[in-house]
Design a protein around this ligand. Structure first.
Ligand code: PGA
Length: 350
């Protein structure tokens, strides 16, 4: 470690560290450790990987010890790194509390709202945020969209003000949970798929179709796999994809059927290239929740957003109901047409 003079703790402050480290270096270090990856840290902070490595090196030089042990592919903190990580988390928690206090003093004229939502909530969260920002134009908003596993990681690390996801009962920490909008799961196929003409399709029949699945760590995947397991079926997984939109394209491309949230069809509606199959037991009724860790003190902005989001629940519920009815009506029309065609064929003796 670089030498410290007796005046190292000026006024009770660690003068040497204050002069030689920066918040940016600490932020980079914190992200590398929390995300376990240089690449993910660079992505999150919108930096290049060489910049991330340089910042870490500078910080190690100031500390005079290696902070990260990079033997093999896994990133491990050294003893010094572990101590630094704890200290940095404390500093950042204090700073974000300070941020909240200042915002409270200013009222809702400025400040920041950090929201992390499950992938399916991206189909409506930006709309609510848009309306919220129109009401409070001074508020900066950051929205992170990710899968269930990453939402939990973020929540344990206290990275956001509020979360929207569907499985609060799986959390390892105590939560404050506010029931929110419905999130129905449906089975999707391309519009020209033969199963679109059938009704009351069994899960066994579904299991015979090539299946396009979400990635490991996805809540939708967990639900789909649990359903197949309950019926002793091993799904015929043809492809795994990490995005709902990519899965919809795979479905349209005829690569298989998929289980996804009905919200993923909210833009194209029932007249798009994806159809919803009439499968027994579907839609699987699930709900989203607005969540924050118990005991976390919400900023004024977060409290205001929480109430605002809760008040938009009825319109999201109605939107989903209308969309489902739209698909059901299409099925009804198609079924009636099939019955008419069948009876015409019967009459014609073909
Ligand atoms: P996932 O969750 O993105 O983790 O699959 C989506 C959901 O639970 O609605």
């Amino acid at each position: 470690m670089a030498e410290h003079s007796d005046s190292r703790f000026k006024g009770g402050l660690p003068d040497y560290l204050i002069r030689h480290t920066t918040f940016r270096q600490m932020q980079v270090f914190e992200a590398i450790v929390r995300l376990g990856s240089f690449t993910r840290a660079a992505e999150e902070l919108f930096l290049t990987q060489p910049t991330v490595s340089t910042q870490l090196k500078k910080l190690s030089d100031v500390m005079g010890l290696p902070l990260i042990d990079q033997a093999g592919r896994k990133i491990k903190t050294t003893d010094a790194g572990e101590e630094l990580y704890k200290a940095v988390r404390k500093i950042f928690d204090n700073l974000s509390e300070l941020d909240n206090r200042i915002a409270e003093i200013k009222g809702l004229r400025s400040g920041r709202l950090r929201l992390a939502v499950i992938t399916t909530a991206k189909y409506f969260a930006p709309e609510i945020l848009g309306e919220f920002c129109r009401l409070y134009p001074g508020v900066d908003v950051s929205l992170k969209v990710t899968n269930k596993e990453r939402i939990f990681e973020r929540m344990y690390n206290n990275e956001d003000d509020l979360y929207i996801f569907g499985q609060p009962d799986e959390s390892d920490i105590e939560l404050e949970v506010f029931p929110f909008a419905p999130n129905p799961l449906v089975v999707m196929a391309s519009r020209d798929h033969p199963l679109c003409k059938e009704s009351n399709i069994s899960i066994e029949r579904l299991g015979e179709e090539p299946f396009v699945s979400r990635e490991l760590g996805s809540g939708i995947r967990d639900t789909a796999m649990k359903l197949f397991a309950k019926h002793d079926i091993v799904p015929n997984v043809r492809m795994e994809l990490g995005s709902n939109e990519a899965i919809k394209h795979a479905v349209v491309g005829g690569l298989g059927v998929a289980i996804l949230s009905l919200h993923t069809l909210s833009l194209e509606g029932a007249s798009g290239p994806v159809d919803v199959l009439d499968v027994k037991g579907f839609p699987i009724e699930r709900n989203w929740y607005l969540v924050h860790p118990k005991g976390k003190e919400l900023s004024l902005i977060a409290k205001t957003f929480l109430e605002f989001a809760k008040s938009s629940e009825p319109s999201i519920r109605k939107k989903m109901k209308d969309l489902y009815i739209e698909f059901s009506n299409r099925h009804m029309v198609r079924r009636n047409k099939n019955i008419k065609d069948d009876s015409r064929r019967l009459r014609a003796g073909t």
